[in-house]
Structures are given as C-alpha cells and as structure tokens.
Design a protein around this ligand. Structure first.
Ligand code: DC
Length: 220
C-alpha cells in the first residue's frame, strides 16, 4: 500500500449487527497499524451499568443524573463504566438488547459521542459503530457502511453464538435492527458519502481487501 499519513488517518465503519463490522474493523486496524475503537462495546457496558444501578431509563431526571456523572474508560482490551470493568459481560444477546434500548436515549448518546470524539482527536484509528460517519465524525472522508441481508447476518451471528437457537437470534436481531434504525436520535443510516459494501457474497478477506484498495486509491 502507498504511504498514508498514519498519524492522521481515521476510518469510520458503520452498519447493522452481523454485517461483519467488528472482524473487518479489527483486521483493517491491524493491517494499517491503527487503534481499534469499538463503540458498541461502550453502549453495551453503559447499558449494563444502568441496569446494575437500577436506573429507570424512562425517568428523564434519573437518567440525566446518571449520564451527567458517568465515566467511561475504553481500551482495546477493557471497557469500564464508573470504574467497573464490564469486558467479560458485554457479549451476550441480553447486553445487546439492553444496549439497543438505552442507546436510543439522547443523554447516553451525548456522553458517549463526546467521549468518542475525544478519542478520535488522537487520530490513527478505526472507529466502528452505527453513527460514526453520520454523527460522531461527519467531517472525515474514509467512511464505510457494511450491510448484508437479514438471513446472512442472522446466520453469522448464530455461528458466533453457539448454543443459541437460530430463530431466537433472528428475532432478536430483527428487534434490534428496528430499534436502532427507527430511534429519533442518530438512527442507523448510511452517511451520504460512505462507501456501501454488501458483505453477503464476500468473505472477510474480500471485504478487507476492498476497503484497503479504496483507501489506497483515495490516498494517491
Ligand atoms: O455493535 P454492537 O452490536 O456491539 O452494538 C450494541 C448496540 O449499541 C446496538 O444495538 C446499538 C448501539 N450502538 C449505537 O447506538 N451506536 C453505536 N455507535 C454503536 C452501538
């Protein structure tokens, strides 16, 4: 690959769950020597923290109070909220569903978007999520949106989460997709200037190559 300014490069990878974002984002970060920022992990950890603190997220003042004093610490190996490490508990369907619900709340989004923008100031990173290209970093140029049909995404999630019923995974995914794409604050949509890639017919290396070629072309 032609030399790109690694100190400045920031790549946004958005899309629905099961579109291949996480694996692809991690590989791109590794190949280009960039940090990997998983914003979904932050929403999942905050959802578990809210749940653990028994916050009624439909009670605006209770939620505001939590958001105002919330501290988030993300590293590639750990995610902490208010000093508690949630790394080991965020990868469950329940955490995903809780995250999908609490991430529709504006005060949760405001706090996390501000934190994510702070991380991006350092540059040299790949940031993965739902709203990176549209809301968190709308001014960057390297934006990708990974999609695939519902069937393909549900099959992939089923392969990852062994032991869970395929139908249950498919239904949970439908529910999350609906919540994520119909919320009023920062719904899941493709940024107008993002490159859309249907990952259904490609393997992971195929998607990674497409993205790297696109970045190379644009950095000439
Ligand atoms: O990518 P994920 O499955 O770990 O995300 C969990 C939930 O968090 C997802 O249903 C929606 C929410 N999320 C979000 O609203 N914005 C992001 N940038 C990342 C995740």
């Amino acid at each position: 690959m032609k030399k790109i300014e690694k100190s400045k490069i920031v790549i946004a990878i958005d899309g629905p769950s099961g579109g291949g974002k996480s694996t692809v984002s991690r590989l791109i970060a590794k190949r280009l020597g960039l940090s990997y920022i998983d914003t979904g992990a932050m929403y999942r950890a905050v959802a578990l923290a809210l749940n653990g603190a028994d916050v009624d997220i439909e009670n605006a003042s209770e939620l505001e109070e939590f958001c105002a004093s919330m501290s988030v610490e993300y590293s590639e190996s750990n995610i902490k909220v208010n000093g508690t490490d949630y790394t080991g508990s965020i990868r469950t369907e329940e955490a995903g569903l809780l995250a999908s619900i609490s991430s529709s709340k504006s005060c949760v989004r405001r706090a996390l978007v501000e934190y994510q923008r702070g991380l991006a100031k350092e540059g040299a990173l790949v940031m993965e999520g739902r709203d990176i290209g549209t809301v968190v970093l709308p001014d960057i140029s390297l934006k990708f949106f990974l999609t695939a049909s519902h069937e393909v995404r549900a099959l992939r999630r089923h392969a990852e989460r062994k032991g869970l019923e395929r139908e249950a995974i498919s239904e949970a995914m439908k529910k999350r997709d609906k919540t994520d794409s119909t919320r009023t604050d920062s719904p899941l949509v493709k940024a107008k200037d993002a490159v859309e890639i249907d990952t259904g017919a490609l393997d992971i290396n195929g998607v990674v190559s497409l993205i790297l070629e696109n970045i190379e072309q644009r950095s000439r």
